[in-house]
Ligand binder design. Structure first.
Ligand code: FAD
Length: 443
C-alpha cells in the first residue's frame, strides 16, 4: 500500500489509500482481494480528475499507473494497443517522432489512457474529432464477476457492445480497463500554426468562433472573468492547425515545480486580477500568426508541476458546464455576470466549442454547444452559494456539468442530465463504487 492520494482539486478531502497493480494478468486477482478486504474500490489513473469522481466510496483505490506497456503497434496505420496506465505524455514521446499524435487530448498530458476513456475526455478539436472514445476501437475489461484468472472481456461496438458503451465515459465503474486500442492521427510536424486574436466582448468571441473554428483543427478562448463595465467579456481567442512541415520533436523542457502547499491560497482576487490584465494586454488587438511547439499550445499548465498546490490546503473546485448552441451566448453571459457579482474571479476561464459528433459512450459529457470551465478556490458556503446560482442558469439553458471536474452536482441534476445513468448502474461492476456515484445516484 502506498501514500494517501487526493483528486486534482484536493477537494473534497477524502484521502485515499492505494494498492498498485504491476501486471495485466494480476488485475482480476487484485480486484477480488481488494473487494473482499474493503467492500468496494475504484480504479485510479493519474488523479487528474478534479472532484470526487476519482475517489473511491471505500477510500481504497487500485492504482493502474504501473500498467504502462505497449502491447502492439502498427506504425503504418497508427493503430496502437497499450496498457491503460500509459500516460499521453509517454504515448506522445513514442508516437510523435514517427509522425503520429493523439487524436484527442485534454489540457494536460499527464492523464492515463484508462482515465481518458473513463471520462471520455475532450480536447480543443471536439468540433472536428469528437471525444476520446470515438477513437478507441476495442478495450479489455476486467470485472469482479468474472473468474479472476480469465482474460479480460474484449469490448467493441460488436463484442459486448453494452459494456463498450457504458465504459466510455463510465467513470471507472463498469470494470477495470486493462488495455485499449487507439487510432492515432497522422501529423507532419510537432509545430502548431496558431492564430491569436483578442476580443472585446462575449458576442465578439461567438462571432470569431463561428467564423474561424471550422477552418481549424483546434480552437479555444480564455476569458477575463474579473473584467467589469465596458471590459466585461474580453478575452483571447486561439485557433491552431498542425504545421504542414517542420521537425517531429518531442518537448524536453524541464517543468518548474510548486514544492509545497502555501498556508493560504495564492490565487486571490488581487493576484487573479493582475494576471488577467497582464495576459490580456500581452496579446495584440489584431490577429497574430505564429508557430509554437505542441506542448505550449496544448499543455501550458503542465509547465508547472503541482500547480494545484497554489490554492492552499483548502483546495479548489472547477466548474465546467456545456450549454447548447441556441442558449450558449445568453447563458454564458449570465454565468460570467454571476461570477463577477460574487466577486470571485476564476484563474482559469476557458471557452471551447463542442461539435455534434456523437460519442459511443452513454455518459459522455459533451453536447453540441459551448463549454465554459472556471476554477475557484474552495471557500465553503460562499462557493456553494455561487454554484447554486450557476447551476440554476445551466439548468434553465438545457446544459449540464462535467462529472470529471465535479464535487458539488446535485443528484437530481445528474440524473436529469444523464438519463442513461440507470443503464450504467445496471452494468456497474458490483465491486466498484465512487464518492461521485454515491453522491449523485442517491435517491
Ligand atoms: C490541467 C488539467 C487540464 C484538463 N483539461 C481537460 C480537458 O481539456 N478536457 C477534458 O475532458 N478533461 C480535462 N481534464 C480532466 C482530465 O483529463 C480527466 O479527469 C482525466 O480523466 C484524468 O485522467 P487520469 O488518468 O488522471 O484518471 P483519474 O483522474 O485517476 O481517474 C479518472 C476516472 O478514470 C477511472 N479510471 C482510471 N483508470 C482506469 C482504468 N484503467 N480502468 C477503468 N477506469 C479507470 C477512475 O476510476 C476515474 O473514474 C484536465 C485535467 C487537468 C488537471
Amino acid at each position: 500500500m502506498s501514500a494517501a492520494l487526493q483528486s486534482w482539486g484536493r477537494y473534497p478531502p477524502h484521502p485515499q489509500s492505494t494498492t498498485p497493480c504491476f501486471w495485466r494478468g494480476d488485475v482480476g486477482a487484485a480486484l477480488a482481494q481488494l473487494a473482499q478486504r474493503h467492500g468496494s474500490l475504484l480504479p485510479f489513473g493519474n488523479g487528474r480528475s478534479y472532484g470526487d469522481s476519482c475517489l473511491a466510496a471505500s477510500n481504497h483505490l487500485l492504482q493502474l499507473r504501473p500498467l504502462d506497456r505497449v502491447i502492439d503497434v502498427d506504425w503504418q496505420t497508427g493503430r496502437i494497443c497499450a496498457e491503460a496506465g500509459m500516460t499521453l505524455d509517454a504515448l506522445i514521446a513514442l508516437a510523435l517522432p514517427r509522425g503520429w499524435f493523439v487524436p484527442v487530448t485534454p489540457g494536460t498530458r499527464f492523464v492515463t489512457l484508462g482515465g481518458a476513456l473513463a471520462n471520455d475526455v475532450h480536447g480543443k478539436n471536439h468540433h472536428v474529432r469528437g471525444s476520446f472514445g470515438c477513437h478507441v476501437g476495442r478495450f479489455g475489461l476486467v470485472r469482479s464477476d468474472q473468474p479472476p484468472h480469465e482474460p479480460p472481456l474484449v469490448c467493441s461496438r460488436h463484442e459486448h457492445p453494452q459494456l463498450y458503451a457504458a465504459t466510455i465515459g463510465g467513470l471507472g465503474l463498469t470494470g477495470v480497463v486493462a488495455w485499449l486500442e487507439l487510432q492515432l492521427m497522422p501529423i507532419a510536424s510537432s509545430l502548431i500554426d496558431v492564430t491569436e486574436q483578442r476580443f472585446g466582448s462575449l458576442s465578439d468571441y461567438f462571432a470569431l468562433s463561428q467564423a474561424m473554428d471550422a477552418q481549424h483543427e483546434y480552437s479555444v478562448a480564455w476569458i477575463d472573468c474579473l473584467a467589469r463595465g465596458t471590459a466585461a467579456g474580453r478575452g483571447v481567442y486561439l485557433a491552431g492547425n498542425h504545421a504542414q512541415d517542420g521537425p517531429l520533436a518531442v518537448a524536453r523542457k524541464r517543468p518548474l515545480r510548486v514544492p509545497v502547499t502555501p498556508p493560504v491560497s495564492a490565487c486571490n482576487r488581487w493576484s487573479l486580477s493582475f494576471f488577467n490584465t497582464l495576459y490580456f494586454h500581452a496579446h495584440r488587438a489584431g490577429p497574430r500568426r505564429r508557430q509554437v511547439g505542441y506542448e505550449s499550445f496544448f499543455y501550458p499548465l503542465d509547465r508547472v508541476l503541482h500547480w494545484n498546490r497554489l490554492y492552499g490546503p483548502g483546495g479548489f473546485q472547477q466548474y465546467q458546464c456545456a450549454i447548447p448552441h441556441r442558449e450558449a451566448e445568453a447563458a454564458i453571459a449570465a454565468l460570467l455576470q454571476a461570477v463577477s457579482k460574487a466577486r470571485s474571479g476564476s484563474f482559469l476561464a476557458v471557452l471551447k466549442r463542442f461539435g455534434n459528433l456523437p460519442s459511443p459512450g452513454l455518459l459522455s459529457f459533451p453536447l453540441a454547444g459551448t463549454t465554459l470551465a472556471l476554477d475557484f478556490p474552495q471557500a465553503g458556503a460562499a462557493t456553494a452559494r455561487l454554484f447554486a446560482t450557476l447551476d440554476a442558469i445551466v439548468r434553465e439553458a438545457g446544459g449540464r456539468l462535467y462529472p470529471a471536474k465535479d464535487a458539488h452536482m446535485q443528484a437530481e441534476d445528474f440524473q436529469a442530465w444523464y438519463p442513461a445513468w440507470r443503464q450504467c448502474e445496471a452494468l456497474r461492476d458490483p465491486a466498484l463504487h465512487s464518492r461521485f456515484w454515491q453522491r449523485c445516484t442517491a435517491p
